[in-house]
Design a protein around this ligand. Structure first.
Ligand SMILES: CC(C)(COP(=O)(O)OP(=O)(O)OC[C@H]1O[C@@H](n2cnc3c(N)ncnc32)[C@H](O)[C@@H]1OP(=O)(O)O)[C@@H](O)C(=O)NCCC(=O)NCCS
Length: 196
């Protein structure tokens, strides 16, 4: 799957919120007017530059990408890096205070909220968290270290995850405890993850 195809799936996550077919004008307004989409677009652009483009194109586009990523990070507070594997259908609810490490891995159709940090546990660790598909991460949550968060899991607002979370679990608190195994179906408005 190319960066461009992933970006299409990302934007589609915002368009399903309209619950009806979306005109080209409405799509344009959504893309231009949603800060999180700017950050996701720059992130996918970075993945295109680093992984999909040929050497010559990469040489020319790298400075443009680096500048755009810096500007979008400063302007909307969403810090994403091309090395991070993030599946298609990535959705960021609102912008601000978001940091996702280059060493993290996120599956398809994950939801991220403001103030979320997903990163390594400290210096000397070389692996980051691995999130499955359709994981919903609430505002202010921190997921750190070499942990696995199963598909369909919900990480509640302000939760600290330092251990594995099973599939479809709802994790709450500092440190996280599991309060349910009922999944995130209500929180993520997409029928099923597309084939990656
Ligand atoms: C994950 C979440 C949706 C779970 O909701 P839920 O399954 O309906 O859980 P409940 O509200 O029934 O809460 C179950 C228990 O956990 C507690 N709890 C819920 N969320 C909590 C949280 N984030 N931190 C600590 N405790 C929490 C409740 O007080 C309740 O405790 P009790 O059993 O002692 O009464 C919810 O906790 C959450 O984090 N919502 C955040 C929504 C949000 O931030 N939206 C804006 C996005 S930008």
């Amino acid at each position: 799957v190319t960066a461009r195809q992933r970006l299409r799936a990302d934007v589609a996550r915002y368009l399903v919120l309209f619950d009806r077919p979306v005109s080209r004008y409405r799509r344009m307004r959504t893309v231009m007017g949603t800060e999180a989409i700017w950050a996701i677009a720059v992130f996918r652009f970075g993945q295109y530059v680093y992984f999909d483009a040929n050497r010559l194109t990469r040489l020319f586009l790298k400075p443009l990408y680096e500048w755009s990523a810096k500007m979008v990070g400063l302007a909307v507070g969403i810090h994403l890096f091309p090395d991070t594997t993030i599946g298609p259908g990535f959705y960021i609810g609102h912008h601000g205070g978001i940091w996702i490490s280059p060493l993290a891995t996120l599956g398809a159709n994950c939801n991220i909220s403001p103030g979320v940090v997903i990163g390594v546990a400290g210096q000397g660790r070389d692996k980051g968290p691995v999130l499955g598909d359709r994981v919903w991460v609430g505002p202010g949550a921190v997921i750190t270290g070499e942990v696995k968060v199963g598909s369909g899991a919900v990480i509640a607002a302000n939760t600290l995850v330092t251990a594995n979370i099973p599939e479809n679990a709802v994790a709450i608190g500092v440190p996280a405890r599991i309060i349910s195994y009922s999944g995130s179906g209500k929180l993520i408005r997409v029928a099923a993850p597309p084939a990656a």
